[in-house]
Design a protein around this ligand. Structure first.
Ligand SMILES: NC(=O)c1ccc[n+]([C@@H]2O[C@H](COP(=O)([O-])OP(=O)(O)OC[C@H]3O[C@@H](n4cnc5c(N)ncnc54)[C@H](OP(=O)(O)O)[C@@H]3O)[C@@H](O)[C@H]2O)c1
Length: 334
């Protein structure tokens, strides 16, 4: 499905994009990968890090539909990753978030339909479920635009919903590591907070698998372990400060929830289990996903209640330590 294909990635220089490009090149033999983003500096750095002639870089903004349509000509598959994703930034700049995350997504849809792209994959977030902040609201609108787009041509559009990926730009893990190394307190907003967490390699592996298997019109939901944020802080304190630093609560931020949800209670009746991920089929929509494909394998819905970061027992300290150690976050020399 990906072999010999031209793959266009909006936001390909970000955390997800760089891992996606590495895995595509290592395992899937694409013909070309075209990366579309605004910042020249990040593109130059990435070209240095991945000097593969199959990878091309194009400067452009997802808000600019004509540039996007021109740049994505000949693409077989689009991964739409570009977004403004920091909750406080989106809260403070709502119109900027709307233009990039909603209008930008509609531009990607129209460019894909114009260019007869075979498949478009949109990466959404747990914050899109029952959204409480503007970032989540824009990702929820993005999901709806993507699902609806299945009506207008032969392009198959699919959403992937994921929780936090360990160590991505702006996540709590680099912050805790920096604080622990500086010997200052580790700041958590609320000690009750839980979040879904997954390693970047695993999330991207699942993203590629889901893309190959999806029919169009579904929301694929990554099954992710969850943990308490204070347990992550405790691991850094133990491992990097030998217990000398402390956790300091600084109060919940505007738009922040105590836990995140990947499948809402309203979606439970349409949610099926495929093994590595859940699939939410569109209830009575004109989208193309066939209920039989997933319904035959799974005759009854997979969940009885919403799937949130308190759904399963949280990862314990030893499991969190192992995850962080495996990815080098506890290495003092890095
Ligand atoms: N990180 C997570 O844990 C997580 C979890 C769930 C879902 N997601 C979703 O996954 C996607 C990727 O996240 P990430 O962590 O990789 O984000 P990131 O590291 O912040 O990367 C964002 C990328 O988008 C580009 N971009 C931003 N605005 C753009 C615009 N207007 N036009 C074109 N490119 C633009 C950025 O490059 P320039 O700034 O140079 O343009 C960068 O390449 C996002 O859609 C996010 O909502 C992330």
């Amino acid at each position: 499905m990906l072999k010999n294909k031209t793959i266009f990635i909006t936001g390909g220089t970000g955390s997800w994009g760089t891992e996606l490009v590495s895995q595509l090149l290592a395992k899937h033999r694409p013909k070309h990968i075209r990366i579309y983003s605004r910042g020249e500096h990040k593109q130059v750095e990435m070209r240095r890090a991945i000097p593969d002639p199959r990878v091309e870089f194009i400067i452009g903004d997802v808000r600019d539909k004509s540039r996007l349509t021109f740049a994505s000509r000949g693409a077989d598959i689009i991964f739409h990753l570009a977004a403004l994703k920091h909750v406080p930034v989106c809260e403070a700049n709502p119109w900027e978030a709307v233009q990039t995350n909603i209008i930008g997504t509609q531009n990607v849809i129209e460019a894909a339909l114009t260019n007869d792209v075979k498949r478009v994959v949109y990466v959404s977030s747990d914050k899109a479920v029952d959204p409480f902040n503007l970032y989540g609201g824009t990702k929820s609108c993005g999901e709806q635009l993507i699902l609806d787009a299945n009506r207008y041509g032969d392009t198959r559009f699919v959403c992937i919903r994921a929780g936090n990926v360990i160590g991505t730009n702006g996540s709590v893990i680099p912050l805790f590591r920096e604080q622990a190394r500086a010997g200052t307190d580790l700041t958590v907003t609320d000690e009750r907070m839980t979040r879904f967490f997954m390693r970047r390699q695993d999330a991207i592996g699942l993203l590629i698998k889901a893309v190959v298997e999806a029919e169009g019109g579904e929301i694929l939901v990554m099954k992710m372990p969850a943990c308490k944020i204070i347990d992550i802080a405790a691991v850094f304190i133990h491992e990097l400060t030998r217990g000398k630093a402390h956790i300091r609560s600084i109060g919940i931020r505007p738009g922040e929830k105590l836990y995140e949800t990947l499948v809402s209670r309203y979606e439970v009746p349409y949610t099926y289990d495929t093994g590595d991920y859940f699939v939410i089929l569109p209830p009575g929509s004109a989208a193309r996903a066939t209920t039989t494909r997933y319904g035959k394998k799974n005759s009854s819905p997979a969940l009885t209640e919403e799937y949130n970061s308190n759904y399963d027992a949280p990862l314990g300290i030893p499991a969190i330590t192992a995850l962080l150690r495996e990815d080098g976050w506890l290495n003092v020399k890095n």
